[in-house]
Structures are given as C-alpha cells and as structure tokens.
Write a protein that binds this ligand. Structure first.
Ligand code: ADP
Length: 731
C-alpha cells in the first residue's frame, strides 16, 4: 500500500514538474515553484469547497464579493504561475490580496471571534509565501497578516455580527477551517522538508562531482604540461652546453612545444571563461565560407604529411553570415585536426559550408567528414564529455579529450549545435549548425582572413614517427641495451640525445610494442612512459613482471603524473625507479647508473650459488627462481652428455637468444659456462660425499670422456678429482 502511495506520489510530482518546467529557472527555483504551485492548488480546492459550504449551506450571500475575489485570484494566478519567471511575485501579490480580502470579511462578520475561522486565511497565505522562497516578501506577508488582525481588533468593539452567523455555525466553521489549514500546513511542510533533503543530497553530490572533475582537470592538465616542459627544459640544457645539433634544431622544437603549451593554456582559459559565463562574443558579418576554406587550406600541409586528401567541397560563391572568428576557428580546427588524426594514410577529409533551413530556421552548416576509424554509436554523446577519449587508440599522441567538449560549449554559446554521424570503420561526419543572421558589423575579406590564430598548435605528434632519430648510427654493441617506451616523439628524441653515448637504444611507441620488443631482445633496462595508447606503462610493467623471460629487467617509469598514488602503484607492480617529468638530465643518468649498479650486485650474489638464503632476502627471489629452474633441469638430465643449451631453451619455451640474454643479465656468465661448472660441482659432491669413484662420478655428471672430465675438473677447482678420492679431503 505504502509503495503504491509513494509510486502515485512520484508520478504525480513528475507530471507537475513537466507541466511547470521552465528552462529559465535554476533547479532550486524550480523546486520552490513546484511546492508553491501545489500549495496554490490545495488552497484553491479548499476555497471552492468553502464557497459551496458558506453560500449554499450557511446562506452567506451578502458576502458574495469575497468568493468572487478568491476565485478570480485563482483564475488569474494559475496561468501566470506557469508562464512568468518571477512566480514568487505572482504568489505574493495574489496572497496579499487574499489577506486583505480576509480582513474585510472578518470586519463584515463582526470581528475576530465571530470570523468563522477567516482569521486563518491570512496565515495560510503567509505560509504559501514561505514556499515561494523570497524571504523579504514572506516577512512582508507575515507583517501584513498581523496588521489585518490588529485592524480588525481595533474595530472589534464597533462591529455587529450579521444574523446568519449563529454561534453554532461560527464554531463549526472555525474548527473546520483550523483543522483543514493545520492539516495542509503539516502535509506540505513534511513533503517540502523531504524534498529539500533530497535536493540537498543532490547538491552535495553535485559538489562532489565538481570537485572530482576539478581534480581530474588538474591531474590531466598537469600531465599535458609536463611533457612539453620536459622537452623544452632538456633542449635548453643542451643548447646551453652548445651541442651543435640542438643549437640548430632546438629553437624550432622549443617553439613547437611552446605552442602546444599555449594551446593548453588557451583551452584552460576558455573553459574557465565558459564556466564563469564571461566569454565575450565578437560577432562580425562576412564571408563565412571563405573563412572556413582559408582555415581548411592551412591544414593542407598537415594532411599531406599524413598522406590524407583534404578537400573543401564547395563552389566559390560567398556565404555572408554573422560569426565569431575565434569560436569558428577553435571549432573547425578541432574537428579538422581530429579528422586528420583519426584517419589513416590514404583516407579523405572533406569540409563544406552550406546554408539550409533546419527546424524552420535559416541556418549555416559547417561539415567536416572523414573516412577514418569512426566512432561507435554508444559513444556519440560521450566524446563530447570533458576528458573523454575513445579508449585503446592506435594513435601517436593521445590528446587531452578537452577539444570536443570545448567546441560544443562554444558552439552552444552562439546558439548553435553540433551533431555527429559516425560508424566504426566507415568514418565520421561532424556538423556544426549555426543560426544564420546578418545583423553584425560588416567586415571585409582582409579582416576575415587576418590570421589572429595559427594552427601550429595542432601539429602535435602527427608527424612524430616520420622523424629519424639518428638511432642506427648511434648503436654501439658493447653498451647495454636500453629500451625506451614512449609515445611522444619529441621526448624520445630528447632521451636519445641524452642517453645514446652510454646505451644502445631501442624504441617502442606504446606499451604493446614495448612488450613485444622486450620479449624479443631482452634489453638490459627499460625506460617507460605511463600514459600511452594501446597499453599503458603500468600494464606493460605488470606483463613484464609476469613473464619469466622479462621479469628480471630493471624498469624505470618516466611519467608526467607526479601524484603520490600513481607513484605507489608503479612501485607496487615492481617498477625499480620512478621519475617524474620534467626531470633533470643528471638525475636520469644517475638513476639509470644506480639501476645498473644494483644489478651488478645481484649478478655477484646470483653467481655465488651457495648464497641462496641471502639472495632471497635481498629481494632477488624471482631471479633466483629462474636459476633454480635451470639447475633442476640440469639435475634431471645430469648424466646426459647431450643435454645442453638447446635443450634448456626448448624446455623453458624461450629462444636461444632470449635465454642467453636473460641468463647473462642475471649472472654475468654464459649459460654454457654455467652448465659445465654445475656438472663439475655435482661430480665433486658425488666423489666427496656419496663415495663414488672418479669414473662413476664423471659418467653420472655427463662426462663420457674421462680425460676431458679430469682436465675440466682441474680447470674448475685447480686440483685433480683423484686427489679427493685419495685423500678423502673435502675441498
Ligand atoms: P582529443 O582529440 O584531444 O583526445 P577531443 O575532445 O577532440 O579530444 O576528442 C575526444 C575523442 O573523440 C578523441 O580522443 C577520439 O577518440 C574521438 N574522436 C574525435 N574526433 C574523431 C574522429 N574524427 N574520428 C574518430 N574519433 C574521433
């Protein structure tokens, strides 16, 4: 039963809300309007019933004017309440009239005591005024109510009570009105409080979400800031030391990175302006088609670099319209740079500007269509959310996810909308629809085409991997192999420049490629970024640690995310070092050297085969397990002379090169050497402790040729095997 009542209540309230919905009102005002309206309705019903009672039962016809005023108030009030934005004024005005009318009715009925309960009408009105939520007006209403009572009180002694008001009628009406009004007040107050709680909770949730969004904004934005800063800082350091290459190429790179920073700053400013509602429109009237064509042309070189056909699909005829250059620039540039970014080489991007009638309104449609990867329908709304990016992208520069949300907000600011038609695999078509008007100040072509904004900032990352990193010439075979997993080409170039003298450098563009390369070449050390397409740095680390071929490789995480939680996450998964961008070149080199230093210590420990307990406690358990695995394979096949490296790598499911690189990384010895020493150690133990003679021990440890066994034994231990059995001395 209770459930049903609740349900009916909810449905009714939802209907009322729909009926009263006013986009001009804040949610909180909408809520006040709802309850004021319900109060108005309830009192209206009450007044109608009372009129029937007073006129037809009590026969109070001389007071007809009271009924007329009340009913007229409702007839005027309901439509006004729905339409007028300041509904509180409407409510208070009508209730003021009612309070004054009630005063005259009380004077007519002979004063307060014989007022048939009309004394409660003013109270009812004052309560209704509270629901409308305007404090000053409500105080006014209460003062008015008190004043009417005082006035009636003053005239009380000179008033006469009409015949039709008998004491019985007076008492019945008085009690009836009092009960009715009390019930109403109670009912409304309870509902209102309940609703207010709900509203307050929703408000708190909203605040929490805003807070969360802010934190996300700070984290993401600081990430975006750190990467260009790293490059700029690094290049500046190098230029200071007058390195020829950087003197020549540095300034252009610094410029490019600064324009990326500038774009970010502009985006941030635009966000805050939009949020504060202070973004000023600067409308001009001119040839919008020409402006967009000009803008499209400036993306031509970018498209060519990516081997994409970029076309402006239109005749030359002008399309004169009012537009804000800044907004059109940001919107179209964002759509174009996305279209180029998400379209593979050989694809097409087309732009057009047309005038059409849409929803009975003259409109301009700017359309950017591509034949790229497309966007699944369920994400069509989401990509306009701030920071949202379709996951798992095969692109070089992941971007910020700010572009489209800003574009939409800006377009809405000029009363336009943005629509998307897209299907995965087929491409995307973005349409900006703007109302067409011709009222702004006229601007000539020179004004329109004057380049206040440049597209340098959109160059980010697109040509990244066309660059040769001058890597091949830098390889020195004696240096340790360093695998750099980083998607930002400029950061890679800088890292290579800094590290190429000490390391043989291998590169991977994303976590997935990094993992494949790491498994294939078993590098000596890995330097990985965190935020990357396809597979991020943490996942790469996790996979490396779960693969026994790669679990020994020291990994340094290089990230723009300096927050404590990500740092802990990285270290927990097993990163050996964690360095935050922008970093100092010396710091980076020193940390890498330290990693090698600690690896050398590990090698020394692992090479000493009897130091197992110590090794375990030193945190080299994983590494030790690998050697134990090899040793137990050797134990199982000790007497088999043929059992060697080939059999070991097959048994471990590794390639010869992988096994070789991993084993020597762990012990600084070759596996062949290890197998031989291991067999000899075992033979020595057999002679010493198991009472075997030299021949038996040689055969059991895989040496068929006795003289070969003796010479190998001597080489390993510097004495002959026969010496042990003769002297029985343990060496
Ligand atoms: P950003 O490009 O900086 O990541 P945007 O807000 O401009 O941010 O875009 C949000 C996401 O929408 C992109 O990350 C991408 O996944 C998707 N997207 C935008 N434009 C296209 C397009 N033309 N084709 C495919 N996906 C797109």
């Amino acid at each position: 039963m209770k459930r049903w009542i609740n349900k009916i209540g909810e449905i009714t309230i939802a209907r009322i809300d729909r009926y009263l919905a006013d986009p001009r009102l804040e949610p909180e005002a909408q809520l006040r309007k709802r309850w004021a309206w319900i109060w108005f309705l309830v009192t209206c019903v009450f007044v109608l019933i009372s009129c029937v009672h007073f006129f037809f039962v009590v026969q109070m016809w001389p007071m007809w004017w009271g009924g007329v005023i009340f009913i007229a108030g409702y007839i005027v009030g309901f439509p006004l309440l729905k339409r007028v934005k300041r509904f509180d004024i409407v409510i208070n005005a009508i209730f003021s009239v009612y309070t004054i009318t009630a005063m005259f009715m009380m004077l007519h009925t002979g004063g307060l005591t014989t007022s048939m309960g009309f004394i409660f009408i003013g109270m009812n009105c004052a309560m209704g005024s509270v629901l409308a939520g305007n404090l000053r007006w409500s105080i006014g209403m209460f003062i008015l109510y008190c004043a009417t009572i005082v006035v009636v009180g003053i005239f009380q002694s000179s008033l006469t009570t009409p015949d039709y008001i008998t004491p019985r009628e007076n008492t019945i009406s008085f009690v009836g009105l009092a009960l009715w009004i009390n019930a109403c007040i109670l009912f409304i107050v309870i509902l209102f409080m309940k609703d207010k709680n709900k509203y307050e909770k929703a408000e708190a949730e909203k605040l929490r979400k805003i807070d969360e969004a802010k934190t996300l904004l700070y984290t993401n934005v600081s990430h975006e800031f750190r990467t260009p800063l790293t490059v700029i800082q690094g290049i500046a350091d190098h230029m200071e030391q007058n390195t020829g290459y950087w003197r020549q190429h540095g300034p252009a790179k610094i410029k490019k990175q600064s324009s990326i920073l500038l774009r970010l700053v502009n985006q941030m400013l635009n966000i805050s302006k939009l949020e504060a509602g202070s973004m000023r429109l600067d409308l001009i009237q001119g040839d919008l088609r020409k402006y967009v064509r000009h803008l499209t042309a400036s993306f031509q070189s970018l498209a060519q670099k990516k081997k994409i056909e970029l076309a402006f699909n239109q005749k030359d005829s002008p399309l004169i319209a009012d537009f804000d250059k800044g907004i059109v620039f940001h919107a179209v540039s964002n759509l174009l740079s996305n279209a180029i970014k998400f379209t593979p080489p050989g694809g097409e991007v087309t732009v057009s500007v047309t005038d059409k009638i849409i929803n009975n309104k003259q409109s301009v449609v700017i359309e950017v269509a591509d034949t790229g990867k497309g966007i699944p329908v369920e994400l069509h709304e989401r990509i306009f959310e701030r920071f949202y990016q379709v996951p798992d992208e095969d692109i070089q520069t992941p971007g910020t996810g700010l572009g489209l949300s800003l574009t939409r907000q800006m377009v809405q600011l000029i009363k336009g909308e943005i629509r998307l038609e897209s299907e995965p695999g087929l491409g995307s078509r973005f349409k900006i629809i703007l109302p067409l008007s011709n009222t702004a100040k006229k601007a000539d072509d020179a004004d329109i085409l004057h380049p206040e904004f440049t597209i340098d900032q959109f160059e980010t990352g697109i040509d990244a991997h066309e660059k040769s990193f001058r890597i091949n010439s830098l390889k020195k075979s004696s240096n340790p192999i360093l695998l750099i997993v980083e998607d930002n080409a400029d950061v890679v170039e800088y890292l290579v420049e800094v590290l190429h003298e000490d390391y043989t450098i291998e590169l991977a563009n994303n976590g997935m490629e990094g993992l494949e390369k790491a498994q294939q070449i078993i590098p000596d050390i890995i330097l990985s970024d965190v935020m990357m397409p396809k597979m991020d740095g943490f996942e790469l680390l996790r996979q490396l640690r779960n693969d026994f071929r790669t679990d020994h490789i020291p990994v340094m995480i290089l990230t723009a995310r300096g927050d404590y939680v990500s740092k802990i996450e990285g270290l927990e998964i097993g990163a050996d070092q964690y360095l935050v961008k922008p970093f100092d070149e010396k710091d980076l080199k020193l940390r890498l050297r330290n990693l090698f230093e600690s690896r050398r210590k590990m090698q020394a420990k692992l090479a000493a085969t009897n130091a197992h307990a110590e090794i375990k406690s030193a945190g080299y358990r994983r590494q030790l397990d690998f050697i134990i695995k090899i040793n137990s394979l050797l134990d199982e096949n000790l007497s088999d002379e043929e059992f060697g490296i080939t059999q070991v790598y097959r048994a471990l499911n590794m390639s010869r090169a992988q096994l070789y690189r991993k084993f020597s990384a762990l012990t600084n010895k070759s596996l062949g050497q290890h197998i031989r020493s291991y067999r000899l150690q075992k033979a020595k133990q057999m002679i010493e402790f198991e009472g075997k003679n030299v021949t038996e021990a040689a055969l059991a440890s895989g040496f068929k040729n006795l003289s070969h066994f003796s010479s190998a034994f001597h080489e390993e231990f510097s004495f002959a095997p026969s010496e042990i059995s003769k002297s029985g001395i343990s060496h």
